[in-house]
Design a protein around this ligand. Structure first.
Ligand SMILES: Cc1cc2nc3c(=O)[nH]c(=O)nc-3n(C[C@H](O)[C@H](O)[C@H](O)COP(=O)(O)OP(=O)(O)OC[C@H]3O[C@@H](n4cnc5c(N)ncnc54)[C@H](O)[C@@H]3O)c2cc1C
Length: 443
């Protein structure tokens, strides 16, 4: 006989988003159970050192981190020109933090608020009764178990432990994260860095890597690459060796992955909701997903509480989560994803041209992007940028192909944002909306 536990809300995954949502629901009096496959002290250990926007702690009512969880408060990030001769500063303070310590603090808040967490609990299937997701099955410390709830939330990250087990026709995309839409991030933690190497936090236009602060005076070097974890590790080694040789002493290597895919058309089904990396809520300009996942959790928490109170945990009863998220952060991310990533991939001399002319790759645009999660490109400014780029084309400093590509991407990004702002009020409007979504993205 499988062991059975029950709750009002079951959350699969006690990473940052599951833990934050569990805490906020428990705080509001909800009976919450979190299931986590790993031992709790291991959650986040595969990444270890993370960045968290300082401004979001007040926004999401989370006490700010203190040492030893907080390694540094970094007031600004430097973005270097392609030839490395100059930089601008992005004045957007963030914490460098120890991820396991941060997540364990959230676990503490869950428990203080009356929520329960079971670790070593690997979810292997969704329980579907009469078309509703009513819980999950799996193994806990090697023994089979079932957990049942009125609402099941998938917060299991890129695994999508519940989402990918939902039946076809359930109303939530159930395909695993495609490899071609997965970014791998490899990190090296280094210590005893000699003088003359970068300090503070640095990214490099036209180069794939970054050099940031880690423990004490140590550094964390990282790279984001498509394909596989090995690709990312190799790309990091190659970039680091070519640019810096072997600075200091290698302390540890870390690797993980993040989704890079448009939002699913619905985050909710009957008795089900998804949050975080599981449903691709990462920042469309960096792949970071912790605080952007909290945006979704804040909405999901309110909608879940209302659905439980009204006794309607159907897709319709949970629909408002889709509407509020996808018309807000989702619309912004759609616009940024369609535009910024390909522009970042322009030939190096053209990225350099944009940098020298303070177009997108400049302090003002980066600060706006970090704070507001979108670029500040109203049509009048875009017209002025195009005029400047046309002058560049005439001088032979910018290619007409790139200008045309940027203009096309700009148009697409505005159409996408407008489309997400018109996300349907009810599930009945979804099929027509989704048809347009697929044609705009091309998948
Ligand atoms: C190398 C790297 C560096 C990063 N740096 C940053 C950063 O600096 N700042 C930032 O904001 N973001 C960063 N990110 C992204 C960030 O880690 C994710 O966006 C974030 O962790 C997503 O949180 P989540 O709770 O949705 O998923 P996860 O953190 O992936 O948590 C999911 C949890 O579910 C558990 N789980 C999975 N499958 C099952 C199952 N079958 N049964 C039970 N439990 C299961 C997992 O063990 C895990 O604990 C980084 C990512 C990588 C790979």
């Amino acid at each position: 006989m499988a062991q059975t536990c029950t709750a009002d809300v079951l959350i699969v995954g006690a990473g940052p988003t599951g833990s934050y949502l569990g805490w906020k629901l428990a705080q509001a009096g909800c009976d919450v159970l979190l299931l986590e496959a790993l031992p709790l002290e291991k959650v986040g250990a595969h990444i270890e050192v993370i960045h968290l926007d300082q401004v979001r702690f007040d926004e999401f009512a989370i006490p700010h981190p203190l040492p030893p969880e907080r390694l540094h408060l970094v007031p600004a990030n430097r973005v270097w020109s392609i030839d490395g001769s100059e930089h601008f500063e992005v004045r957007y303070p963030f914490y460098v933090a120890n991820m396991p310590a941060f997540v364990q603090r959230l676990h503490g808040y869950v428990r203080q608020a009356g929520g329960r967490i079971i670790d070593h609990a690997r979810v292997e299937d969704a329980i579907i009764d009469n078309g509703f997701c009513c819980g999950v099955r799996g193994t806990c410390a090697g023994e089979p178990f079932e957990a049942r709830a009125r609402i099941t939330v998938d917060a299991s990250g890129t695994a999508g432990a519940v989402r990918t087990r939902l039946p076809d026709g359930f109303g939530v995309e159930n395909c695993p994260l495609p490899p071609e839409q997965t970014f791998f991030c490899a990190l090296e933690l280094r210590d005893d860095i000699p003088a003359g190497f970068p300090t503070d936090n640095n990214s490099f236009l036209g180069a794939p890597g970054f050099w940031n602060k880690s423990y004490g005076d140590g550094a964390i070097l990282g790279i984001i690459a498509p394909g596989s974890a090995d690709n990312a590790r190799n790309a990091l080694t190659q970039w680091r060796e070519t640019t810096y040789g072997h600075p200091g002493r290698l302390v540890a290597r870390r690797v993980g992955c993040s989704p890079y895919r448009r939002a699913p058309s619905s985050y909710v089904g009957d008795g089900f909701a998804g949050v975080g990396d599981c449903v691709y809520q990462n920042k469309a300009f960096s792949g970071e997903g912790i605080t952007s996942g909290f945006t979704a959790c804040s909405i999901a928490q309110e909608v879940i509480l209302a659905a439980l109170e009204q006794g309607d945990v159907s897709r319709k009863g949970l629909w408002e989560y889709n509407v509020r998220y996808l018309r807000g952060q989702g619309a912004k991310f759609a616009g940024v994803m369609a535009f910024l990533f390909p522009v970042n991939g322009l030939p190096r001399q053209e990225v350099d041209y944009l940098y020298r002319h303070k177009i997108i790759f400049c302090q003002e645009d980066y600060e706006y992007l970090n704070l507001h999660y979108e670029l500040n490109l109203p049509p009048a400014r875009w017209e002025a940028i195009c005029r400047q780029l046309r002058a560049g084309v005439q001088e032979g400093a910018f290619s007409s192909n790139s200008l045309q590509l940027m203009d096309t991407l700009y148009g697409l990004s505005r159409r996408l944002k407008a489309h997400y702002l018109a996300y349907p009020d009810t599930p009945e409007g979804l099929p027509a909306w989704s048809t347009v979504t697929h044609s705009l993205w091309g998948y």
